[in-house]
Design a binder for this molecule. Structure first.
Ligand SMILES: [Zn+2]
Ligand SMILES: [Zn+2]
Length: 326
C-alpha cells in the first residue's frame, strides 16, 4: 500500500517537474537550480497532502464541536497565511536552502574523519526486519528532543522572544500550528535535521516521521472539545492538553513558571519532568501583551516578524532577563 502511494507520489513529482518546473527554470536562465527545483516539488506535494488531510479531519471538528464559538474569524487569517507559507513550501524551502550547504559540509567532515553516524539497526540488529518498530523508536527519540527544544524556547528569554509569536493567538485553531517566527522555524528545522542526521534516521522514515508529528500538532491546536478520555489524554497530546499549554492564565506555582505541557506527541515527558498541568475545563488562549506594538502585531504577519526581531534584540542586549510567561 505505502509502496503504491510512494510510486504515485514519484510519478506526480516527475510529471510536475517535466511540465512545469524545468521549463520555467530554463526559460528564466536558472538551469543550475533544476535539482533544487525537483526537491522543491517534493516539499510542496508533501505539504499539500498534509494540509488536505488536516483540513478534512479537523475543520469539521471545529465547526461542529468547538471549544470556543467566535463571532468573527478575522484573527485566524494570519495563521492561514503562516500555514500556506509553511506547508506549500516557502518556509521549508528557505530553511532547506540555508541548511543544505551546512549539512553537506558536516557530512563531508564526518566522512573525512571516518565518523559514520550509527543507525538504530546497528545497535539493535533485530530491528532490521521490523521497520514499524524502528519507526516508532525513532519517533520516541525525536519526540523527546522536541520536548526539550520546546521547553527551552520557553525558558531562554531570547528564544521566548520568538516563540511568543506562536502563543499570541487568542483564537487558536488547527491553523495556529504553523504560526511561528521564521527565525524560530529555522532553529527548529536545524534542531530536527541535526538530530535526525546524528541518530541516522533512514531517508525512508524521515518524511513519515515529519508527517506524524505535524498531524498530531495540527490536531492539538484544533479549536474543539474533543478529548481522548481519562487515560488517553495522558497517552497522546490532544486539543485539551495543548490548550492548557496556550492558556492565558496558569497557576502561579513553581512548576508552571515558564509554562506547562511542552510535549508534542507523548505526555510522558511532562509527567517525567514535572511540567504537566491538566484540568477538565478549556481555558482561553493567548498571552498578556505588554506593549502597544505587541497588541498591534496580533493580526499582522509582517508586524509579528518585526516584533519578534525587536524582542530578540532586547532579550540579547538586556542585562535583566525577563521571565517569559506561558
Ligand atoms: Zn510553547
Ligand atoms: Zn502550540
Amino acid at each position: 500500500m505505502t509502496q503504491y502511494l510512494t510510486d504515485y507520489f514519484v510519478i506526480l513529482q516527475g510529471w510536475l517537474f517535466d511540465t512545469l518546473v524545468q521549463p520555467v527554470l530554463f526559460a528564466l536562465g536558472l538551469a543550475s537550480y533544476v535539482e533544487m527545483g525537483f526537491d522543491g516539488i517534493e516539499f510542496v506535494l508533501q505539504g499539500g497532502i498534509e494540509l488536505a488531510i488536516a483540513y478534512v479531519l479537523m475543520r469539521p471538528l471545529e465547526a461542529l464541536w468547538p471549544a470556543e464559538r467566535w463571532t468573527q474569524r478575522r484573527a485566524v487569517r494570519v495563521d492561514v497565511l503562516y500555514t500556506l507559507l509553511n506547508r506549500l513550501g516557502m518556509v521549508p524551502l528557505t530553511v532547506f536552502t540555508l541548511l543544505a550547504p551546512l549539512f553537506m559540509e558536516l557530512e563531508s567532515w564526518l566522512r573525512f574523519n571516518d565518523i559514520i553516524p550509527r543507525q538504530l539497526e546497528d545497535w539493535l540488529p533485530g530491528l532490521d526486519n521490523h521497520p514499524l518498530a524502528s519507526f516508532l523508536i525513532y519517533l520516541v527519540i525525536l519526540d523527546f528532543a522536541e520536548y526539550w527544544r520546546h521547553r527551552l524556547s520557553h525558558t531562554c528569554g531570547w528564544w521566548w522572544a520568538l516563540h511568543g509569536i506562536h502563543h499570541s493567538q487568542r483564537q487558536m485553531s488547527f491553523w495556529t500550528d504553523s504560526r511561528n517566527h521564521l527565525a524560530d522555524d529555522l532553529i527548529a528545522g536545524l534542531w530536527f535535521a541535526c538530530l535526525s542526521l546524528l541518530i541516522g534516521v533512514p531517508p525512508g522514515h524521515f518524511i513519515g516521521l515529519l508527517i506524524a508529528l505535524r498531524l498530531v500538532e495540527n490536531l492539538s491546536h484544533t479549536n474543539t472539545r474533543l478529548a481522548f478520555g481519562p487515560i488517553g489524554d495522558y497517552l497522546i497530546v490532544g486539543p485539551r492538553y495543548h490548550r492548557w499549554h496556550h492558556a492565558l492564565e496558569l497557576p502561579a506555582d513553581r512548576h508552571c513558571r515558564y509554562g506547562c505541557n511542552f510535549a508534542i506527541l507523548f505526555p510522558v515527558w511532562d509527567i517525567l519532568f514535572g511540567t504537566l498541568y491538566l484540568k477538565e475545563s478549556l481555558p482561553p488562549t493567548g498571552i498578556h501583551e505588554g506593549s502597544p506594538e505587541e497588541i498591534a502585531a496580533r493580526d499582522s504577519f509582517w508586524a509579528q516578524q518585526k516584533l519578534g526581531l525587536i524582542l530578540l534584540w532586547k532579550a540579547l542586549t538586556s542585562r535583566n532577563r525577563q521571565s517569559p510567561s506561558a
